[in-house]
Design a protein around this ligand. Structure first.
Ligand SMILES: *Cc1c(COP(=O)(O)O)cnc(C)c1O
Length: 512
């Protein structure tokens, strides 16, 4: 299967798209056509394990090049690192109103990014083999907190690869920072960058585009690749869990084949929800995708007004992985709703870079209105939603999922106003373990403030009786290996990466 750039001009294979990450003209790779699933295939998925389901969905895009057997064994290895029998369990919260939560945080770093990033190293290795690229790969990632750790953990000590992660020094939560700064492995480098996530992501995108920087790396037989959701190899594994959740509802007798359901997605870079939209394009019976934003509500405004406008204040919230103003993956949606008009997509992206805004046509907006519902939650609204669900059902969720729940409640009110019997099953994607944000979660559930994250974990454990992940508790006694802070300056950042590529950055040894 071939992939084309949202900004035109390129046509590459799936393996090339995964190796390259971003198209040369700055566009994102999208499948030339969307493969589809028949109802019989969907039915067959009911009898498969999660690894088999994931391999099956990935195979629709990649089996011709990477091989179905390879995909199967890669998925098995990737998801064996998840805790519990089911890597992505679906929890029924309220059968009456049809509320379900899909827990995507049972991987090694306690956030949903693991679903893709535990698998990506296998996909990338194989893609390098298939395309005959012998260079070493340097994974360069900007992170709003969770991608960085998941990429480090996924690629740690994978031969032929190195991982460099930049996080905004004023952006990530304490646990997220600790997780990254204690990272072990001999092929990793972590640094804070002055500024917020958008600044950080912009700088990293410029490094990807810089000929000079890429030439320096080429001298060292190193080539850049991306672990951000701009990489199709990162997006594809996320499509699978939408199918899997649907099939779980089928198996449990909660829906009949063909019934439409809704999904609610806490959204930042628009990767996760875009994967859901791709699932729909592939034939999954989805009615609405609900896009939930926090106080940084650029996307919610965009869906309501048809104008994407980043000229606004940036807020730090308790859902830092969603503190984003420029959502990269929206470009893939724009490309589709414009009727795959690459020229127009490129023009809009240029407008966004230069004028900080662009608008869509009313015909395009109509498509969005039909397929999406969008809303945002304030910090108070998020806390209230988390409390309400805990109070009523005893279910504790993290702050990002809290944003989704708050928007779900708005959506539920809106749809039952139109039809009071509308109890269409709705799956809220839960993207992080509550213990990753212990102080904020504790505050939301009990009103108690504690000064220290690890105290927060203890209290939260007493309150919820939920088992805290060992990997988070262990952070307390691990020495920091990375303490570097760099200016948001391309020269400084590229120097750092080149020194890392030359093996000159030796982190503080892990004494344990
Ligand atoms: C990354 C992340 C999100 C946002 O996902 P996108 O694909 O960037 O929209 C939401 N919640 C958590 C916990 C995350 O780590």
């Amino acid at each position: 299967m071939y992939f084309i750039s949202t900004r035109g001009g390129e046509r590459v294979t799936g393996a090339q798209a995964i190796v390259q990450g971003l198209a040369k003209n700055g566009g994102l790779y999208v499948p030339e056509t969307f493969p589809t699933l028949s109802q019989a295939e969907l039915q067959d998925m009911a009898n498969m394990s999660y690894s088999e389901r994931a391999a099956f969905i990935l195979g629709k895009y990649l089996a011709d090049e990477l091989g179905a057997d390879f995909l199967q064994s890669a998925c098995e290895k990737a998801y064996s690192s998840f805790e519990g029998d089911d890597p992505v369990p679906l929890v029924k919260v309220d059968g009456e109103t049809g509320l379900y939560i899909l827990e995507l945080f049972h991987g090694p770093t306690c956030a949903f990014k693991d679903v893709a990033l535990q698998l990506l190293p296998y996909l990338l290795k194989k893609s390098l083999e298939v395309t005959g690229v012998n260079d070493d790969i340097l994974i360069l990632a900007a992170t709003s907190g969770d991608t960085g750790k998941a990429a480090l953990e996924g690629f740690r000590d994978v031969p032929g690869t190195k991982v460099a992660v930049f996080y905004p020094d004023e952006g990530v939560a304490k646990m997220q920072r600790l997780q990254m700064c204690v990272q072990d492995g001999n092929n990793v480098c972590v640094a804070a960058v002055k500024g917020n996530f958008d600044d950080c992501q912009r700088a990293v995108k410029k490094l990807f585009a810089s000929e000079e920087f890429n030439a320096e790396l080429a001298k060292r037989k190193v080539r850049l690749s991306s672990a951000n959701s701009i990489n199709f190899g990162r997006l594809a594994p996320q499509i699978a869990y939408y199918f899997s959740a649907y099939v779980d509802l089928l198996s449990a007798g909660q829906i009949e084949m063909g019934d439409e359901i809704d999904f609610v997605v806490p959204t930042g870079n628009f990767g996760d929800i875009l994967a859901g939209w791709y699932a729909k394009k592939m034939g999954l019976p989805v009615r609405k995708l609900v896009c939930a934003s926090n106080r940084n509500k650029v996307l919610s405004d965009f869906f309501h007004k048809g104008v994407y406008d980043v000229k606004r204040n940036f807020f730090r919230t308790m859902s830092p992985s969603m503190d984003i103003l420029v959502s990269s993956n929206l470009e893939r949606l724009l490309f589709e709703i414009s009727g795959r008009n690459a020229e127009l997509t490129a023009k809009r992206m240029q407008q966004l870079a230069e004028e900080k805004e662009y608008s869509i046509t009313s015909a395009e907006k109509e498509i969005l209105d039909k397929e999406f519902y969008a809303g945002f939650a304030t910090e108070d609204g998020t806390v209230d939603a988390m409390f309400e669900i805990f109070d009523e059902y005893g279910y504790a969720m993290d702050t990002h999922t809290g944003v989704a729940l708050a928007v779900y409640m708005q959506y539920y009110n809106a749809r039952t106003k139109e039809d009071e019997n509308d109890n269409t099953p709705t799956i809220v994607l839960s993207t992080a373990n509550p213990y990753k944000f212990p102080q904020d979660v504790l505050y939301a559930l009990s009103g108690n403030d504690v000064k220290d994250s690890f105290k927060g974990i203890k209290r939260l454990n007493l309150l919820t009786a939920m088992k805290p992940p060992k990997s988070l508790i262990a952070l307390r006694y691990r020495p920091l290996r990375f303490k570097t802070v760099v200016a948001n300056d391309l020269k400084k950042m590229s120097e750092l990466i080149l020194r890392f590529a030359d093996g000159e950055i030796v982190p503080v040894p892990d004494k344990e």
